[in-house]
Design a protein around this ligand. Structure first.
Ligand code: TRP
Length: 334
């Protein structure tokens, strides 16, 4: 049996990935390199579906790539590249867009959520067709599996439908990708508002731990994390969402089951528990932060790594696109 191929993407929309991104995506990407043929992408084209600043995007794309390498993505064991460096993504996007029903795109709940903030009239057509570009990302590489969070399930369903529709109309061309929904570890919530997701767009800085935070900031944020009025360390999503979130983080980083951690701290108050959790996060993030800064200190070397990733990605994407052009009735590229 051949090794299954995974493809996933992450947007460069913040100055750093945060703990939720790390546990929900980045760490799983690193693990999947061992068992899969892994291709990962910093999706800068998706990042321009909302108003943005070009210099900031340029910087964030580099920081995102540096953090992914620093966290353990290894160019000898995976391909990591930047989406805009492989023009086949936008080309396939057009073809797939012409196969997507307007009503079908209009049913995407993430578009409704995102566009309802500024009013649908303010939203761009790019935001509307975002899931079509995502389908192009996935189908270009003939991915078998797509590791994503639960919130991407509907987009994955569209990718599957488009692959099947294309294959049916034009002949077998694309692998139909399966979602690989990442474990609920990704349910990391805001430290200040533990009933909402830790999110770069909605959380205040005190509610988020960034992968690039200095140790003092990490310790402070965990010490000040919202808990509750009693002092028992135990998991209870309803009554104790703050403590439960901290337990989840502790368990994800240590590998110890939540019950065992809860039993260890019991009713001894939150101080020691938070202190140990702070150290655990610092221990995990410090080497990644240091390696990230090393990558960023040598932008030419980082750009060369990304250029190499893009070249390798393009070999695969180019093969798929040549078949697509032919089946669509376009002349071959000269
Ligand atoms: N929409 C994804 C997210 O927000 C990011 C993404 C873009 C992606 N293209 C992809 C994920 C392709 C998986 C595969 O998380």
């Amino acid at each position: 049996m051949t090794t299954r191929r995974v493809f996933s993407g992450i947007q460069p929309t913040a100055d750093s990935f945060h703990l939720g991104n790390y546990l929900g995506a980045v760490r799983q990407w690193v693990d999947l390199q061992a068992s899969r043929d892994a291709i990962y992408c910093v999706v800068d084209l998706h990042a321009i579906t909302v108003p943005y600043d070009p210099e900031q995007l340029r910087r964030r794309t580099r920081v995102a790539a540096a953090q992914l390498f620093a966290a353990g993505l290894d160019p000898d064991r995976c391909i990591l590249f930047v989406q805009s460096q492989v023009p086949e993504h936008t080309e396939l996007n057009w073809v797939l867009g012409c196969l997507t029903g307007f009503g079908e795109a209009n049913r995407m709940t993430q578009f409704k959520d995102k566009s309802s903030k500024g009013g649908a009239d303010q939203a761009s057509v790019g935001l509307f067709t975002y899931p079509v570009l995502q389908a192009a990302d996935i189908l270009l590489y003939q991915a078998d599996e797509v590791p994503v969070g639960e919130d991407q399930r509907q987009h994955l369903e569209l990718s599957r439908n488009l692959a099947q529709r294309y294959n049916h109309r034009f002949g077998p061309t694309f692998t139909v990708p399966a979602p690989y929904i990442l474990p609920a570890v990704s349910k990391i919530t805001d430290l200040q508002d533990p009933t909402s997701k830790m999110s770069k767009s909605s959380s205040a800085p005190a509610g988020i731990i960034d992968l690039l935070d200095e140790p003092a900031a990490i310790r402070r944020k965990i010490n000040r994390a919202v808990t509750d009025a009693d002092s028992v360390v135990r998991a209870d999503d309803e009554a104790k969402p703050g403590v439960t979130n901290l337990l989840r983080i502790f368990s994800a980083l240590s590998g110890d089951p939540i019950d065992e951690i809860a039993a260890r701290y019991g009713d001894g108050g939150y101080g020691g528990f938070k202190k140990d959790l702070g150290e655990l996060v610092v221990e995990t993030f410090t080497p990644i932060r240091e390696r990230t800064h090393q990558y960023l200190a040598d932008p030419d070397a980082l750009d060369a790594m990304l250029a190499d990733g893009a070249r390798r990605a393009r070999v695969i994407a180019g093969e798929t696109m040549a078949a697509v052009r032919d089946r669509c009735g376009f002349p071959a590229h000269p």
